[in-house]
Design a protein around this ligand. Structure first.
Ligand SMILES: *Cc1c(COP(=O)(O)O)cnc(C)c1O
Ligand code: SF4
Length: 461
């Protein structure tokens, strides 16, 4: 009997069918009319949904609809806002154009062309992700599906993991879900990943990301990860897996056919001396409220994986300190380590979700003050911008000038990390590129070097 099935018996009792088991049932834009819970909403709201879902990706599953959303609180319910399209996610002009096309019964090709045009207005690839971070192999070939932005960490986008169990309305990777192949960053090639890691001894962390890699069957995940048990990869000490499956489909870790195999795989990596970290995306404490979500957390921890949590601060979903404090407290109780609070990125429906940096910092600070030291491990609010991850450390006054104190948590140049720097206070700014250097300086300290890096990259975007 393997450790994992023993663990499973311990938690789940005898091998009888699990009452929490569900078949994965998904709804996309075409299925909006089949979601019974939407029938209670006004006709106009449902039409608005169709309009927005014609431009931005939409996908939700029955577990989210039936167990996470409180339909008596719609439209304010945070999980509803997290998954269902809302009219104001498009600008009034964009909305009007798509609404008119749908009203007029425009042919599919026209709708698609319009959708394509509107998506291009929504900054589908923020922070120069495609161009600046794709590494090359020894022959100078681009290694698609890999990103190597920060020295010690390589990101890998396995092609089987480029979707999610549901989509978040604020997703910064939304562009790849609407079928635009040019925007995809995926790879099927385990051999190239392995070769790259063997050649790069400075890499201590591999981060498998998506979409959601936990959408993959365990056997595919094993194809990428098992090789790392070989001594040639001893420098790769940490394997991180970014996922929102603990929210959208916790069954993945409990009742799915290959759930036990998944835990056995992770356990094997842990026993071989790797640090396995599940980088869990959470936005709201309610995501952790179901029995199955908590069982999934327990099972992962029992196999020796750590769970760290990260997620953006979002208007309409979690823009208040009490919800963050409750989220962090719940996580600490369950053994999840709070890791990052992100600032919503400059893409997609950003104008709907964005929170000014000054307010974000106040929420962060107020939430921190409500939790014990074990909950204060979350850094932030942090912007994943072109030059690196920049944290708002605070607001202060020096020589009569009101300022933001900033620092790099991660930088394209490791030498930038942890150096405090200053920007003029701006109550409305929502992103790094809207901030001005303090003290009348012409540029932030990193800007000349960053510009040189951009100029040296393929197309400089
Ligand atoms: C956040 C991030 C990482 C990991 O950074 P840590 O500070 O080690 O968590 C790696 N690559 C990219 C592109 C990132 O955005
Ligand atoms: S889980 Fe992550 S990748 Fe998937 S839709 Fe949400 S934010 Fe995007």
């Amino acid at each position: 009997m393997s450790t994992i099935s023993a663990l499973r018996r311990q938690h789940d009792g005898a091998a009888k069918p699990d009452a929490a088991a569900r078949r994965f049932q998904v709804y996309t834009q075409r299925d909006l009319d089949r979601i019974e819970q939407l029938e209670q909403l006004p006709e106009q709201t449902r039409f608005d949904m169709r309009v927005v879902a014609s431009v931005l990706p939409f996908r939700v599953n029955a577990y989210v609809i039936e167990e996470l959303i409180d339909w008596s609180r719609v439209p304010d319910d945070p999980i509803y806002q997290l998954t269902f399209p809302q009219r104001d996610m498009l600008s009034p002009g964009q909305y009007a154009r798509m609404a008119a096309a749908l009203h007029a019964g425009a042919p599919k090709a026209t709708l698609q062309a319009l959708a394509h045009e509107l998506r291009a207005e929504l900054n589908p690839h923020p922070a120069g992700q495609l161009q600046l971070n794709v590494p090359t192999d020894a022959d100078g070939q681009d290694l698609n599906g890999l990103q190597h932005k920060y020295r010690e960490t390589v990101l890998f986008f396995p092609s089987q993991g480029q979707t999610c169990h549901s989509y978040c309305t604020f997703c910064f990777r939304w562009a790849q879900f609407v079928g635009d192949k040019a925007l995809r960053m995926a790879s099927t090639e385990a051999t190239r990943l392995h070769a790259y890691l063997r050649d790069h001894r400075e890499v201590s962390d591999l981060l498998i990301t998506g979409g959601d890699p936990m959408v993959m069957k365990t056997k595919h995940l094993a194809g990428y990860l098992e090789a790392l048990l070989d001594p040639a990869y001893d420098h790769v000490q940490t394997i991180r897996i970014g996922t929102k499956a603990l929210t959208f489909w916790p069954q993945r870790f409990v009742t799915d056919d290959d759930a036990d195999d998944l835990l056995a795989l992770l356990s094997r990596l842990v026993r071989a001396g790797k640090h396995v970290a599940i980088m869990a995306h959470y936005n709201h404490w309610r995501e952790l409220s179901t029995d199955i979500a908590q069982r999934a957390v327990r099972r992962l921890r029992d196999c020796g994986a750590e769970i760290r949590s990260q997620g953006p601060l979002l208007a309409h979903i979690n823009d208040n300190a009490d919800d963050w404090a409750r989220l962090w407290k719940t996580q600490v109780r369950l053994g999840i380590v709070p890791y990052y609070m992100f600032v919503e990125r400059d893409t997609g429906a950003r104008h709907y979700f964005e929170v000014p940096l000054a307010r974000a910092w106040n929420i962060y600070r107020d939430a921190m003050q409500q939790v014990s030291g074990l909950g204060r491990t979350a850094r932030g609010p942090s912007m994943s911008a072109g030059p690196g991850k920049v944290e708002i450390q605070g607001v202060t006054e020096i020589g009569g000038e009101k300022l933001f104190v900033l620092r790099f948590i991660q930088g394209r140049d490791p030498d930038w990390v942890q150096r405090p720097f200053f920007a003029r206070y701006d109550e409305r700014a929502t992103w790094l590129d809207q901030l001005q250097p303090a003290f009348g300086d012409a540029a932030f300290f990193f800007e000349p070097a960053y510009r040189a890096m951009q100029a040296a990259s393929v197309d400089g975007t």
